[in-house]
Structure formats: structure tokens, C-alpha cells
Design a binder for this molecule. Sequence first.
Ligand SMILES: [Zn+2]
Length: 136
Amino acid sequence: MTRFVVLLIAAYVVYSLVRNSLKGKPPENNVQHQKAKKPDTVVAHVKEIAYVFYTATKDDDTCDICMELDGKHMLPHHKLLQQIKPPHAGCKSHKGCRCTLVYVTRDEDGSREIESLLKKHGGMCDRKIIERNRIG
Ligand SMILES: [Zn+2]
């Protein structure tokens, strides 16, 4: 009986190998293929990134819009991220947008807590909410 099961598994493995080679792309290569196709590094590394936050220069030349965005925390796939990605069109500063996005990876301390907090808040929080919920 056991031998029969082993044979069945072997037959299935062979079957799926043949099926995949017929399609011309085995599953492992398929994932890499998709990654390589995406030019945006944000999307490609989305698995390692816990969250992203916006940081403005905060001097006299920083416009209201950038000031307002400063400290905003977002999940890496948030749709607003592409719109506000600095330098963004909404910036009114005569020096141009000098803001940056900071990408925080999951191996960073406390990043997972912030990530789950963001999930609870629909993917975006401002600095106040983050600081209120930060432990310690
Ligand atoms: Zn800006």
C-alpha cells in the first residue's frame, strides 16, 4: 500500500514537472520573472518593507503641503504613496520638493507593530497616532 502511495506521489511530481515545462515556466522562475518585470523597487521589495514614512525638510522654504505630509506613515502598497512620492507635483516651494520617503524594513525594531497599526487604520497614519501607540 505504501509503495503504491509513493508511486502515486512520484507520478504526480512527474506530471506537474511535465505540465510546467510545457507551459515553459516553472513556478520558481515565474516569481523572479514577475519581480524583474516591475521597474519600481518599492513594489519589488514590498515583502521586506514594513512601512514607509514621509519626511519634509521643515525649514522656511517647506510648503504647507509637504509640511502636512511630514510624518505620515503608510504601508508600502498604499495608493497615495505614488502620488506623494517626492519630488511630487503638489509641492509649492520655490526650491522644489526636498522631501524624502524613508523605507523601514521588517527586521527593524518595532516595525511590525507599526505595520499592524497601519493595517488597522486603513494603511495610513499621521505621526500623532504612531507616537501615541509606540511602546516605551
Ligand atoms: Zn516636498
